[in-house]
Design a binder for this molecule. Sequence first.
Ligand SMILES: Cc1cc2nc3c(=O)[nH]c(=O)nc-3n(C[C@H](O)[C@H](O)[C@H](O)COP(=O)(O)OP(=O)(O)OC[C@H]3O[C@@H](n4cnc5c(N)ncnc54)[C@H](O)[C@@H]3O)c2cc1C
Length: 342
Amino acid sequence: MEHEQLEFDVVFVGGGPANLAGAIHLKQLARKAGRELEVCLIEKAEAIGAHSLSGAVLDLRALAELIPDYAVRGCPLEETDLRDGVFYLTPAKQFRLPYLPPAMHNTGCAVISLSKFCAWLGTVAEELGVNIFPGFAGVEALYDASGRRVRGVRTGDKGIGKDGKPKSNHEPGVDLLAQVTVLGEGPKGSLIREIGKKLGIFSGKMPQVYETAVKEVIELPADSPFWNSPFTVIHTFGYPLGLDTKGGGFLYRMKEGRVSLGLVVGLDYEDPMLEPYREFLRFKHHPLIAGLIRGGKVLQQGAKTLAAGGWYTMPQLAADGALFVGDSASMLNVQRLKGIHT
Ligand SMILES: Cc1cc2nc3c(=O)[nH]c(=O)nc-3n(C[C@H](O)[C@H](O)[C@H](O)COP(=O)(O)OP(=O)(O)OC[C@H]3O[C@@H](n4cnc5c(N)ncnc54)[C@H](O)[C@@H]3O)c2cc1C
């Protein structure tokens, strides 16, 4: 099958915060150096941000360095008055930690909707001249004749029937060729795994450690006790997971009467009957949480993987012709539950 070839200087695979920030920074550097760079970014979701799911408390440090005038440019922040409360939950009670562990301090951070934030970063990238192609998944890494140098990615065919056969509107995928291909596919990328096997970027590293988070955005009534809570960012540990299973809950205040509620569960649990969604429901029914969200209406729900292995699972960050960033490169700081700015 013939595949059209398009040549760029740099191709970014994945439209999450890591790659969007990378593409923006690259274009800023090129502009400063007076160089023209052809940069493209592909995202498998139909729109930038449509597959994004996070907490999310954003550490604003990196954003302030990347886009110093982010506030003027309409960066969508949900809440900036962050007051932390950390609770240990038993089945029927809660105990607030009298002090905040340093990693849990969120003063100076902001609650965001990651999907809105990524959509906004996408517009900033486009203004700088990044060619953004939503709706295109990278399905295969391309190599040069030596087989050791990454040359780009092939996007998936369009117009394939449910039976796997081409339909009348079939279009073969496109070969996006580049000097450098940046893989920012998130925690469970398929191409980085393929490249990893071929070029050995994970050799000598510990296997990745995964967690699953279930999350809802809930609209609360105007008289909800949450609006009078002294805390706008709540983290919990203990119930329903106990102390032998890694993980914990979060409840963050957002704009327009909404909150973000979620439970993160380490997938190395020993109990074969444990099911993260059921644990999330038990978490919602805990008296502390149930009291705060009573009368609310669920607007959105989703689940996502976290790559929580950190330093010991971080692959080689560059190979010939390729760079690995964000969760794909295990850059999530799991102690802080922060990976957007890393
Ligand atoms: C429930 C939850 C709560 C969290 N809370 C916080 C928090 O409060 N603060 C914080 O800083 N971090 C938080 N994190 C972590 C944070 O969301 C991630 O670290 C961050 O999103 C990683 O960014 P990324 O760009 O590496 O990957 P992602 O955000 O996963 O983006 C990857 C993108 O690449 C696309 N993609 C993947 N493969 C391909 C392909 N082959 N071709 C084309 N596109 C592809 C995906 O569709 C996706 O849009 C949380 C995570 C979860 C799940």
